[in-house]
Design a protein around this ligand. Sequence first.
Ligand code: NAP
Length: 283
Amino acid sequence: MDTVSLTGKELAAALNADTKERAAALTASGPAPRLALVVANDDPASAWYVNSLRKAAERLGIACDRIDLGAEASAAAIREELTARGGDDAVDAIMLQTPLPAGVTLDDVSSAIAAHKDVDGVAPLSLGLLAAGLDGFVPATSEAVVELLKHHGIPLAGKHVAVVGRSNVVGKPLAQLLLAENATVTIAHSRTTDLPAVTSAADVVVAAAGRIGLVTGAHVREGAVVVDVGTNEAADGSIVGDVEAESVRGKAAALSPVPGGVGPVTTALLMRHVVVAAEKARG
Ligand code: NAP
């Protein structure tokens, strides 16, 4: 079977063209939309990602401030900064970069992100609105999976989707978005006893576990659609997904590449959320 590559570049380009136009319209009658990126680590991979977000923002006409709190920042200091940016009218959107300092969890600080500026949907209020099916910002990576599937014409209504991973930033919100698309959703995690049996029963498999090569040809049925959310650093420094592409290709009907699949769509959606936040703030 020929396996279609679910690339994200074309969709990201279309989203970015729309975002750029909307950012320009905002800037024509006021300041450019502004994103505050709060960083409290000295992790090189995080620095690379923050830099790529800043470049993406710049290309689209979005102002982006990096606020560096240092890798030793306390939960109280991070909360204080997030609260201050939430009350700052010059800031339209807030994103808290991970990893956080040792001993600080996202749960310790995420409730300090104002929901109307929470463009990556990590605050408990945002997650609750999503679970209730109400309007709010949703985590960009989860939204990217759904948008990528729609872009490639893959139907979700009535389909069985297996999501591997149950984090608050990817797996759980993705399951909610898939339910809203009328899919039948199974969530697998590290305590799932027979992962291949669970994933082989699904029409669509989404791998979001952060484990290199976790999903192999033995995990997917002939003709299934596979989305790889994983972004893991391989021994040679390259970025690889959670799916063993060699054994899945030829068996699956479609597979998203890493890099170039979910990643570019995630960044494009984040930037679109910044513009949406600014549009709402300015009426
Ligand atoms: P996470 O917080 O570490 O969560 C991983 C999830 O996978 C957990 O629910 C864990 O189960 C489950 N898991 C781990 N090992 C497993 C196994 N052997 N079998 C089944 N399930 C297993 O990671 P995350 O933040 O959700 O991120 C997941 C992946 O997505 C990472 O590779 C990350 O880099 C990537 N990511 C990509 C983007 C993008 O834009 N492309 C954005 C964000 C994240 P338990 O709950 O039982 O521990």
